[in-house]
Design a protein around this ligand. Sequence first.
Ligand code: ADP
Length: 441
Amino acid sequence: MPESWRRFLVSTLLLLTGATLIGWYYGHADWGLLIAALAALAWHIRQLLIFDRALRIGDFEAFRYGEGIWSQMFARFSFLKQRSRRHKRAYRQLLREVRESTNAMPDGGIVLTSQFEIVLCNTAAQELLNLQQRQDRGQRIDNLVRDPLFIEYLKSGIPQAGVEIPSPARSGNWLLCRVVPYGGNQQLLLVRDITERRRLATMRREFVANASHELRSPLTVISGYLDTLAEDPDVPQAWRAPVAQMRSQAARMNNIVAELLELSRLEAPIGERVDQHVDVAALLASTRKAYAGKAKGPTLTVNCESRARIVGRLAEIESIVTNLLSNAMRHTPEDGSVTLTWRSGADGAELIVADTGEGIAEDHIPRLTERFFRVDSGRSRDDGGIGLGLAIVKHALERHDAKLEIHSQQGKGSTFICRFPPSRIVIDQPMPISAGTGASR
Ligand code: ADP
């Protein structure tokens, strides 16, 4: 029991006992006890009234602290009140600092409810998206930012990558918008100005495209002369080997230039869409035929389980198949096998290239689609690879809203899965239940 309570109880007891004894001395012990109890009660009621008044006007300093247990209560209350005032001041200061630092950030940040209604936003977000903190609070962000890609992105269940949209505030500027889960069931929309990054990417793309384009003509001339020299019987025997080597290197350079041009074209923004219905089954059949004549290489099996067509561009789908298949064939030993599968379902369609070849170490997998990335640069160079094949595949897939998934185990083989969404698939013929057509060379 606290000391103050002990003292309070002892003094009350002493008062009542004393009064009872005095009453007893005068022959009325009960009167003595009653008068003392009433006096104690009156005193406590008075302290209670003072306390209530202090509470109502919120000022404990204006009153005397009372006495005994009441003085303790007044003091404790006063202390708690001061502490709460101090905390409030500290919180207000903290809030001011957080607000100032978020407002100083160059990136926009908007707190949204689970229904995408604006809770609060910083200054950068207001400038980048043309928002007004007071007026737009409570409004749905997709009612204020009307870009179709952005609306689609919000509906899509928030993939990590984010979406690039033209700035609604400044024409010619671009923004990267990304939603991340925040707090309990809120979300944080992060907005970054990526105008400069896009400008540099465009410059790089144009430089590569122009340089590759300019290299083409001299290369064609060099290759032409080398072809003529290779076929000329008057060329001395000692020159034959160097000429052959120069021809093969010129062919390799032609290949690199062609791949760079292809990549630049795929990276360029999609102009007017001229989509076709690409017959994948027919494409796989012709691929199978092309490989059937080859004397060397692993076994190729084509499983065409669907008649689904892809809404897109034939040349790009061809490029996807060719790059994945040539990689699989190059990285699989002669006694191994490569399987090409096309199948579709309610979730879309999949083009799968699986091999039983050398496989890829796990830490290399995330980097495979980078430009010029090769697992073993020496060996890749020897077999004609320059590390652009999978970058081309990735960009061609992106232009079809498709994704590339890579599974691989070193020494066991690799599987490359291209997933096309239902919006990119048309099935205009009844699907065979199972139409696996094994084919090999
Ligand atoms: P490259 O033109 O050099 O083949 P890619 O971009 O097509 O470049 O591939 C990048 C790297 O990924 C290659 O260097 C190769 O080592 C590895 N790779 C690609 N496909 C396979 C596969 N099916 N099996 C094993 N390694 C592969």
